[in-house]
Design a protein around this ligand. Structure first.
Ligand code: DQA
Length: 146
């Protein structure tokens, strides 16, 4: 069995669908998971899809991915803009990682323009809503084949 791609979601993303729909849309995290599972199956990839509101839990999951995963897709939510701990964990993981944001963070408040994790990501996808997760899977499919 191939190692799964860990798809990790950070704080407040459990509220997708009802949280600021003018920014994040009406798609729920369960909808995104279903879409990601379908695309992963098409691509022949296994995924492990998770969400936590706690920074330390996300750090622990990145450590787990380091041992058991092939790659990471991460929407770290607001921790993107604050967390050296997530940067350090992703650096230690030494796995291809794609940073995803539903919204275009560069069209928003200036504090969202800086990401601690972009510097260790293979790439960053933002502004395409749930489609970003599917694009990340396709990007990793190619990266893992290289
Ligand atoms: C987000 C963007 C972050 O700035 C914000 O804190 C989020 C969601 C996005 O997916 O657009 O919680 O990561």
């Amino acid at each position: 069995m191939d190692k799964p791609i860990y798809v990790l979601n950070g704080p407040n993303l459990n509220l997708l669908g009802s949280r600021e729909p003018e920014i994040y849309g009406r798609t729920t995290l369960a909808d995104i998971e279903a879409m990601a599972r379908a695309r992963a199956a098409d691509l022949g990839l296994a995924i492990d899809f998770r969400q936590s509101n706690e920074e330390g839990v996300l750090v622990n999951w990145i450590h787990e991915a380091r041992e058991k995963g092939s790659a990471i897709i991460i929407n770290a939510g607001a921790y993107t803009h604050t967390s050296v701990a997530l940067l350090d964990a992703l650096t230690a993981a030494e796995l291809p990682a794609v940073e995803v944001h539903l919204s275009n963070i560069f069209k928003r408040e200036s504090f969202r323009h800086h990401s601690y994790i972009s510097g260790v990501a293979l790439g960053v996808i933002c502004g395409f809503g749930a489609t970003g997760y599917l694009l990340a899977l396709e990007a990793l499919k190619n990266a893992l084949n290289d």
